[in-house]
Design a protein around this ligand. Sequence first.
Ligand SMILES: C[S@@+](CC[C@H](N)C(=O)[O-])C[C@H]1O[C@@H](n2cnc3c(N)ncnc32)[C@H](O)[C@@H]1O
Ligand code: SF4
Length: 426
Amino acid sequence: MKKIIETASLFSSAEAIRKSMASNLDLGYTTSPTKHIFDKNKSYFLYIHVPFCHEFCTFCTFHKFKYNESTCKEYFANVRLELLKAKEEGFSFDTLYIGGGTPLIDEKELMLTLELAKKLFDIKEVSCESTPNHIDANILTNFKGLIDRLSIGVQTFDNSILKKISRYDKYGSSEILQDKISAVVGIIPIISLDLIFNLDMQNEEMLRHDLHIAKQLDVEQITTYPLMNSKAINQSMLEHFLTLKKSKEFELYNIIREELADYSLNNAWSFSKTKTNISDEYTVTNSEYIGIGSGAFSHINNQLHVNAYDLNQYKELVTNNTNAIIASSKLFTLKKHIQYQFLLYLFGGCVEIKKFNKLFKVNLENILKLEIFMLKRVKAIDIKKGIIYPTRFGEFLIVSMMKEFYMGMDNIRAMLRKSIMTETLN
Ligand SMILES: C[S@@+](CC[C@H](N)C(=O)[O-])C[C@H]1O[C@@H](n2cnc3c(N)ncnc32)[C@H](O)[C@@H]1O
Ligand code: SF4
C-alpha cells in the first residue's frame, strides 16, 4: 500500500510540475511585431545562436543548417544588426552564452560579433560551445580575453559509441579527442567537457570510463546531460515515473555522482573541480534571458518567445523590426511562474524559502503546498532550517524534469522546422 501511495504521490507532484512547464511551451505564432517588455534598470542574460554545422550528429535536435560560407557570413552580420537593435531598445546584458550549432565555425565572424557585444554591453563573462574540431591551440589563443568558458562537445570517450552517433570520423577517436583537449587546457580560463549519459549501448563501465578520462584531463568543469530524445515526451509519464527509481538512467546518474563526488555541484548536471560562479546555459539566477539569432528562445517578463527559423525570414525581420520573434507563449500564471522558478532553484541546489518569498513576493509553502507535500512524501526533498534541499533521488527527478522541459523545446523546434522550406535545412 505504502508503495502505491508513494508512486501516486511521486506521479502527481512531478507530473503537475511537468505538465505546467510543458504548457508554458505552448506557443502561438505572432501576427504583428512583438515588443519586449522588460526592466531597463536590470541586466539580462544574453544567448546568441549560431545554427551551422559541417555535418549533423544522429542524436542532436538543436536548430541547425548545413554550413555554407556566404550564408553563414551574412547570418553573423544579421546577428550583429540584432545586437544593435537590442542596444537601441535599451537592454543591458552582463552575461553572454554563444551556442549552436557550431559557434566557432567562422572564427573571424565570431570574433567581430564578440567584440561588438562587448563594446555595446558591459558583459562580464562569455561562455561558448565548440565541437572538438575547433579547439586548436592557435585558434583559441586568438580568443583569449574574449571567451571565459569554452564547453567542448565530447559526448563520450567510447569508440564504439562515437561510431554509432557518427562522431568518430568527424571528430576523431577517443584517443584523438583526448590529445586535442590536453593541448588546449589552460588557454581559456574554464574548459568544460559535455558528456551524455544513457546513450544507447552505454553501460555502467563505459560511463565510469568516460568520467575517469574526463577527470584525468584535468578540465575545470564536466557537464553530464541525460540523453534527450524528443519522441519520449509523448510517452506516458505514469509509466515513466513508475519505473524511474529503478531506471538505468537513475543508476547511471548515481554513478556520475559517485565518480564526481570530489567535484562541487554547479547544478544537478554540471560539476566543477573548484567552486565557480560562472554561468552555464541552464543557469538558475539568470532565469530571464534574451535570445538573439535564428531559432533562439527568449524568456522574459513571464513569456517565452522564439525567433524566426527560416534564415530569409530572420534577415527580413531583423532588418525591418526591432527583433526577430515569430511565436510567443501566453503569459505564465503566477503559479506556473513559481513552479518554474522552484524547479530552477532546486536544480541549482536548494531553495532558501525566505529569500525565495521575498524575491518573488509569494508564500512558497502556500502556493506550492501540494507539490511540496508530495515531494517530501516521496523523499525527493528535505526541509532543514528554512531551506529545501533535493535528496539524491530528488536531484535525479529534477534532472529528469529539466530534460522534459528541454525536450519540450525540441518539440517546438521540430514544429517550427516543419514550417520552413529551406534548401540548407536537414
Ligand atoms: C548544441 S550542442 C553544440 C556542441 C557542438 N556543436 C558539438 O557538437 O560538439 C551542445 C551540447 O548539447 C548536448 N546535446 C546535444 N543533443 C543532445 C541530446 N539529444 N541529448 C543530450 N544532450 C545533447 C551535447 O552534449 C552537446 O555537446
Ligand atoms: S551535436 Fe553539435 S555538431 Fe552535432 S549536429 Fe548538434 S550542434 Fe551540430
